[in-house]
Design a protein around this ligand. Structure first.
Ligand SMILES: C[S@@+](CC[C@H](N)C(=O)[O-])C[C@H]1O[C@@H](n2cnc3c(N)ncnc32)[C@H](O)[C@@H]1O
Length: 236
């Protein structure tokens, strides 16, 4: 188990991440997910909403993601299928993935966001799934599985399980791309949106447990210095 300690945003100390899970999951795991779900249901279905009031980050984020896809897939619109996970209102699908992949599916827990994505993207998306990643069952194989700013909502066990399912449902040359806030060390539990920001070392340990190979890891450049760093992980 990872031995890094952490805090919540009220200053409570946890000697390791298991101590956090012991305190948060003692009633039920459903409660953890329901609190996260309730938070997102209160957040307006807009770019500003899903980006925590920082909609200017969209352009910088998408520019870098485009570079990553150019490195991995070389040419856009080959006959490939992608799944956008924790897709929110379909920001990444709209701004990036439909430019790159012939078939784009998305999975998002919040029905309000899924409706908004349907309004905006219609049949540009092949399948809309309204589900939590912790219980999502794959119905297709993918050449790319995009997991951005949602891994922090999953418990360690569920993230490992989800990544294992991703691996099983990835086509031969496909990639799982996980883009997420990271701490410099230890973890930080946000009691408002019920997410856990992990360190790079914590993520790497979870990838190992999921049986994934880390093919590339790199920080998103040009984000404001007062925000968490965002790391891009490419896995197979
Ligand atoms: C910060 S937003 C990011 C949305 C999108 N990935 C993007 O980059 O624009 C986090 C999203 O994750 C979704 N989410 C949170 N917990 C989830 C879960 N357990 N399963 C699926 N989606 C979840 C939220 O409803 C919200 O849409």
């Amino acid at each position: 188990m990872n031995s890094e300690s952490g805090n919540d945003d009220k200053g409570k100390f946890f000697k390791n991440i298991q101590a956090l899970w012991d305190s948060q999951l003692k009633d039920s795991k459903e409660k953890w997910y329901s609190l996260g779900d309730q938070y997102w249901k209160k957040i307006e279905p807009t770019l500003n909403g899903v980006l925590g009031g920082l909609d200017f980050l969209n352009k910088i984020d998408i520019e870098e993601s485009n570079k990553l896809l150019t490195m991995l897939y070389k040419n856009p619109l080959q006959n490939l299928r992608v799944l956008d996970c924790g897709a929110g209102i379909g920001r990444v699908s709209k701004e990036l993935l439909i430019q790159w992949f012939k078939k784009v599916d998305l999975v998002e827990q919040n029905p309000i966001y899924v409706e908004k994505a349907k309004e905006e993207l219609g049949d540009k998306i092949s399948e809309y799934y309204c589900a939590g990643l912790q219980s999502f069952e794959f119905q297709h194989k993918y050449d790319c599985i995009w997991v951005q700013w949602v891994a922090s909502h999953l418990t360690d066990d569920d993230l490992i399980l989800f990544l294992k399912k991703c691996k099983l449902n990835l086509n031969g040359n496909g990639y799982i791309i996980l883009k997420e806030n990271i701490t410099k060390q230890g973890f930080s539990y946000d009691t408002e949106d019920h997410s856990v920001i992990r360190s790079d070392a914590m993520f790497k340990q979870l990838f190992l447990k999921a049986g994934l190979d880390l093919k590339f890891s790199g920080l998103q450049p040009n984000f404001p210095k007062d925000l968490y760093q965002v790391n891009q992980y490419v896995l197979q």
